[in-house]
Design a protein around this ligand. Structure first.
Ligand code: GLC
Length: 535
């Protein structure tokens, strides 16, 4: 039996507002994406995840949905979406949509009805509670985006709960009608042919029924982000959320070959991830994102230990995955710098499971400089001192050098990344040693190598503080991957007989290819046995 597509695909996250603007209004759109699909096939991407494209007042840039079954006019319309989906499928790729179950925009018809009166049939679709006797919010829960998680509704004199912005009211997932309505949203898109979803903010889905206060965070220090002052013991992470996830999987399983990715909190440790993997009891089609590589201290041993432990908690059908960046974080090339970013690309593409690439990271795109006056992300506005500036990683995809980088003929909604003049598709395609060509080579190698796709991972016995090395082994092939994490040259002599160097972060020729000398942040993929191309 052929392995399901998600066991082979590289997942590419595309932020639709910033990919390509086909109608010259400064914002990316569906037609723009359609025009660029050849690039994604050229790169070797297997599946594309679109950040939200639904109707939205765009307070949180699409994560505040006002109609789950309509495309926002900024992106296009349903017929254009259908065309895009077909074109993605025609190229042998898959398409995942962002599913935002935790909250709706306060402009959603459901919320408008809910807030209209205490007796409205949709009142209980959201989380409403009376003020305390002194008029203050019902409890001490804090919004992740700053301030109380409660907003007073002047008309009905109750507070509604919002884990994020006051413009994003949390749905009440304890209400069966809400569950039914949201599962029907999933079916709407699955029936149209989408291949699955990335599910937003799953940890927030269910809250304590008694709305108990959260306990203080013992690690909180004055000066830290105020929204971290209390542990989210009662406002998130309730055990019932696993049951809800299971219902998502049940819906997906009614259609063939659909897949679910979920977004855990950034801080979630391995036992938490394991629970999420186990949430779908009957279908191995759910994968929580693994964000750990974005926060692990830069050290060979830390990476090796983490990956060994991660591998050890996974069940037979669980798919590991490695995320290096997304629309909520500073760009990987800015966090780590160019050399480490190359090393991470090599590591990500040679580990087991699904690599996840955020658009532009394949170019080594750096953060944009976004002046305060041009800031679009409401988070930065609400918590200025702890400026979580997510705009920096949402800059227009640079297709070529020049004023608007081939993204648009109009001034883009976000400034270009600081290195867009050199880190752009046209320039990097023409340069054999570019990060883009390294990504492409690695993706192609992975796609044709059973050992890299599904072979066993084994870390190499610890030999040096600088080197993290591992083998990937299938019946027909074995690879050895060697990564020098250090800022200094390092030596590594494997006990394996090496057949040849297949690809590396640094150009090597002749005797150098088998030498045990590694430059700072150099990574190499060796074939140990079998042939390079097998599929
Ligand atoms: C998720 C999204 C983020 C959004 C938030 C609220 O964390 O990744 O962009 O702001 O949920 O929907």
């Amino acid at each position: 039996m052929q392995a399901p597509w998600w066991r082979q695909a590289v997942l590419y996250q595309l932020y639709p507002l910033s990919f390509t603007d086909a109608n010259d209004d400064g914002y990316g759109d569906l037609r723009g994406i359609l025009e660029r699909l050849d690039y994604l096939s050229w790169l070797g991407v297997g599946a594309v995840w679109l950040s939200p494209i639904y109707a939205s007042p765009m307070v949180d840039w699409g994560y505040d949905v006002s109609d789950f079954e309509r495309i926002d006019p900024i992106f296009g319309d349903l017929p254009t979406f259908d065309k895009l989906l077909k074109a993605v499928h025609d190229r042998g790729m898959k398409l995942l949509l962002d599913f935002v179950p935790n909250h709706t925009s306060i402009e959603h018809a459901w919320f408008k009805a809910s807030r209209s009166s205490k007796t409205n049939p949709k009142r209980d679709w959201y989380i409403w509670a009376d003020p305390k006797p002194d008029g203050s919010p019902p409890n001490n829960w804090l919004s992740r985006f700053g301030g109380s998680a409660w907003e007073l509704d002047a008309k009905t004199k109750q507070y509604y709960m919002h884990s994020y912005l006051p413009e994003q009211a949390d749905l009440n997932w304890r209400n069966p009608e809400v569950r039914a309505a949201m599962l029907s949203v999933m079916r709407f898109w699955l029936d149209r042919g989408v291949d699955g979803f990335r599910t937003d903010a799953v940890y927030s889905l269910i809250k304590d029924e008694q709305l108990r206060d959260n306990p203080p965070n013992p690690n909180y220090k004055p000066g830290d982000d105020p929204s971290e002052a209390f542990l989210r013991l009662h406002s998130a992470g309730q055990s019932e959320l696993f049951h809800v996830l299971n219902t998502f999987c049940d819906v997906l399983a009614t259609h063939q070959d659909r897949f679910l990715v979920s977004e855990p909190p950034l801080y979630l440790s391995l036992p938490g991830l394991e629970q999420l993997y186990d949430a779908c009891t009957t279908h191995p089609l759910h994968m929580p994102f693994n964000f750990n590589l974005m926060t692990l201290p830069w050290h060979a041993t830390r990476f090796r230990d983490f990956i060994d432990q991660y591998e050890s908690i996974l069940g037979q059908d669980d798919l590991p995955n490695y995320v290096l960046g997304n629309h909520d974080q500073s760009r990987v090339a800015s966090r780590l710098g160019e050399h480490k970013a190359r090393l991470m690309a090599l590591m990500q593409m040679t580990l087991r499971g699904m690599p996840v690439v955020y658009y532009g990271d394949e170019l080594g795109l750096q953060d944009a400089v976004v002046p305060k006056s041009q800031q679009k992300d409401p988070w930065g506005e609400r918590v200025p001192r702890h400026h979580h500036d997510r705009d920096v990683a949402r800059s227009p995809m640079p297709w070529k050098a020049g004023r608007y980088a081939g993204f648009s003929r109009h001034k883009p909604w976000q400034p270009l990344a600081r290195n867009a003049e050199s880190a752009n598709v046209e320039t990097e395609q023409a340069h054999a040693g570019s990060l883009l060509n390294l990504y492409r080579r690695l993706i192609a190698l992975r796609g044709q190598s059973p050992a890299l796709l599904d072979g066993v991972y084994a870390s190499y016995p610890h030999t040096s503080e600088s080197i993290f090395a591992y083998t990937r082994t299938s019946d027909q092939q074995q690879f050895l991957i060697v990564l020098n994490f250090s800022d200094h040259p390092a030596r590594f002599k494997p006990s394996h007989e090496l057949k040849r160097l297949i690809v590396g972060t640094h150009a090597r020729s002749g005797a150098e290819t088998l030498s045990g000398e590694y430059a700072p942040h150099e990574g190499r993929v060796y074939l140990v046995s079998g042939e390079e191309a097998i599929l």
